[in-house]
Design a protein around this ligand. Structure first.
Ligand SMILES: Nc1ncnc2c1ncn2[C@@H]1O[C@H](COP(=O)(O)OP(=O)(O)OP(=O)(O)O)[C@@H](O)[C@H]1O
Length: 659
């Protein structure tokens, strides 16, 4: 997916990694953005030994050869080393679809990523020993490292060389918060790096941030990690709001609030684990593919010989849960008073003013993204998919929030002229009128439907949650035995639910989502960081307990698990289920309970686990009210973080904090 530079100078980036949207897995890679200052520096490829992925880091080797070691420390500086780099030749062989599993290998070039492999050492005197890859983004690769000085595990984020300078936004935010008491940052769920250093290598000089390990969420936590308890999920949303408010109070906007930038703090015990112990949880580094140049010349020194899949610390999280959320990745953050001249953004969670207008970003833009994350955490849905094309995003917005208002229409209509995708109504005979959705058919059709049962457009969020609630989803394997599934029939505390509220049965055993061999230990339970207030519940006016027959019952699921054939009569009539006895590639079976069921609506999940998801009517109403207060097309009308934190949805959280 290519970057779109909007007229506002905002870069809307495509997303990394795979996701499942219905059955559609859309593959997009991070995209090339022009080198700002082109710190093209090269190294001598002869200095690197490479055989079958076993190698010494080009950077370390080079430094050893020069006898200087890496430049390190806060004032670290070094001069670039020369190489025989021939730019024309540095094109890598692409394997279709492989970019899903690892960073964009085209960025292994001068000015780009530092080539790193497990076993390499970074920092002054090789202080950080690379053990595994934890992730990557557009601008960096992130590595699990053993810090030899403090004998603890750390994450080291190594930025692309072209972004590695003191004008870097992440660097500026680090500097702005560097002197704040660490406890204060921790208390406010801010995952600021602890320190940084500079690393020289064949592709230039890289800024490296060192952070405590977190279990990065990356997307909504997968089933099976005990992160489906409504109480915990609402608490995570609350903690995120606290983090964003803290930044806003300091005059900083995060600029990139997505589940990918949320981590869950791990218990301190993880820091002191042996490598063996750690790898029992996350597995050994998993090789993904060799890196080959089209010319046939060695990938070195600019690229590693092998790319590795990332190891997820989420596998550790269930057993080392602290319930504490941290907001990470300040790469797109900025001081509100000093907007950077060039703004960048991911399309996912991007507010309309960012997508459609020249408006500068600000706290209200963060608020929009915050609300998107609330939805993503508390329901299994993303409102607008991060993988969608620009027009699809427009379509999604109109689907959710109604026709675009006047303030964006002229910009958008002009842009739409170039599109002839089927969902844009190019053939309409009448001119656009204010109030018409600009995209079809979903928005028009949906709006007719929405209007039919709820004439107030601002109720669209409730409508969304209600629809989502009806679409229970579950997923299970053929081998699953009756007791081995999780059944979250509860809702977050404070809301009425069915009598099975909160009952959880958890499957123990090996995970199968990753090809790494790992064991999922029994988790510590759903432990929100904010203690749960014990007193009960705020009853919403007009709230009603969901009828039992609308709730998917455990015994039916058990029957499913036994492999019994189904018929509609197995379910309560009112849920009118459609059972799709359909096998996915991994032997999982997907069962969807909904009014109608089409292949596109299946959900790909972990076939070892089953999750039943629900938000009761009462909570739909309260959360709907909060979301409606944030999802305003006009940024000036959105709630502030202060108002969000004080909203009824978080009442139990606030009360718990007071106790
Ligand atoms: N402290 C950490 N502990 C564990 N994993 C981490 C940590 N920091 C980052 N990661 C992992 O690395 C990934 C990339 O990190 P980050 O988002 O900071 O990089 P980025 O280059 O700024 O990405 P993007 O282009 O998406 O903004 C994260 O999504 C996460 O999976």
């Amino acid at each position: 997916m290519a970057a779109k530079r909007t007229e506002a100078g905002v870069l809307i980036l495509g997303m990394k990694g795979p996701t499942a949207i219905g059955t559609e897995t859309i593959h997009t890679a991070m995209i090339d953005i022009e080198t700002k200052d082109g710190q093209a520096m090269d190294a001598d490829s002869d200095q690197v030994n490479h055989k079958n992925g076993e190698r010494t880091s080009a950077g370390v080797k080079a430094a050893e050869a020069s006898g200087t070691g890496e430049s390190s420390g806060r004032d670290g500086s070094s001069s670039p080393r020369r190489s025989e780099f021939d730019g024309e030749d540095l094109v890598y062989r692409q394997i279709p679809g492989e970019e899903l599993e690892h960073e964009d290998k085209e960025q292994y070039r001068p000015g780009g990523f530092h080539p790193i492999m497990p076993g390499d050492r970074l920092g002054h005197q090789g202080r950080y020993k690379i053990v595994d890859k934890l992730g990557w983004g557009y601008g960096s690769t992130v590595w699990l490292c053993k810090d030899s000085e403090i004998a603890s595990w750390r994450a080291v984020k190594v930025l692309q060389a072209r972004d590695s300078n003191e004008e870097n936004q992440e660097f500026k935010i680090f500097k702005a918060l560097e002197h704040v008491d660490r406890e204060e940052l921790e208390h406010n769920n801010i995952g600021l790096p602890e320190t940084y250093f500079w690393q020289d290598g064949p592709n230039g000089r890289h800024l490296c941030f060192v952070s405590k390990l977190v279990a990065a969420m990356d997307s909504r936590p997968p089933p099976g990690y005990g992160l489906h308890s409504p109480t915990l999920l609402v608490d995570l949303c609350f903690q995120l709001a606290v983090a964003v408010k803290y930044l806003h109070d300091k005059g900083i906007c995060h600029g990139d609030i997505r589940t990918q930038n949320i981590g869950l703090r791990l218990d301190d015990a993880v820091e002191k684990m042996s490598q063996h112990e750690l790898q029992q949880h996350i597995g050994d580094p998993l090789r993904h593919s060799e890196v080959e140049r089209l010319s046939g010349r060695p990938a070195y020194p600019h690229a590693p010989g092998v790319l590795f899949q990332r190891g997820s610390l989420m596998q550790l999280e269930p057993n080392y849960r602290t319930g504490k959320l941290v907001l990470i990745d300040f790469g797109l953050s900025y001081e509100t008073a000093k907007l950077p001249p060039e703004q960048m953004s991911y399309r996912s969670n991007a507010a309309p003013e960012l997508l459609f207008k020249r408006s500068p970003r600000g706290p209200a833009t963060d608020l929009w993204a915050l609300a998107c994350v609330f939805v993503q955490l508390r329901t299994p849905y993303a409102l607008v998919s991060e993988y969608d094309t620009w027009v699809r995003v427009l379509q999604g917005m109109e689907w959710c929030w109604g026709p675009l208002p006047e303030m964006y229409r002229s910009d958008v209509s002009a842009k739409l002229e170039g599109f002839d995708e089927y969902f844009v109504d190019n053939e309409r005979e009448t001119p656009w009128k204010p109030g018409d959705p600009l995209s079809i058919p979903i928005s028009l059709e949906t709006h007719r439907r929405t209007k039919a049962d709820d004439s107030d457009q601002t109720k669209s969020m409730r409508h969304f949650l209600n629809q989502a609630e009806q679409n229970f989803k579950c997923h299970l394997t053929k081998e699953l035995i009756p007791q081995e599934f999780m059944f979250y029939n509860g809702t977050s505390d404070g809301y009425s639910s069915d009598e099975d509220e909160g009952s959880i049965q958890h499957r123990k055993g090996k995970t199968s989502t990753s090809s790494r061999t790992t064991t999922l230990p029994e988790h510590r339970g759903d432990k929100p960081a904010t203690p749960v207030a014990t007193e009960t519940t705020e009853k919403e006016p007009g709230s009603e307990k969901p009828a039992t027959d609308q709730v998917l019952r455990a015994d039916i699921l058990r029957a499913i698990a036994r492999g019994r054939p189904y018929k509609r009569g197995d379910f309560p009539d009112s849920s009118n289920p459609c059972i799709c006895d359909w096998d996915d590639a991994r032997g999982g079976r997907c069962i969807r309970v909904a009014e109608e069921c089409t292949a596109e609506q299946h959900w790909y999940g972990d076939p070892d686990r089953i999750v039943v998801w629900q938000i009761c009517k009462n909570e739909q109403r309260v959360l709907g009210d909060l979301l409606e207060g944030i999802f305003k097309y006009d940024p000036n009308e959105r709630l502030t973080t202060e108002q969000v934190i004080n909203h009824r949805w978080f009442k139990q959280r606030r009360e718990a904090l007071k106790d």
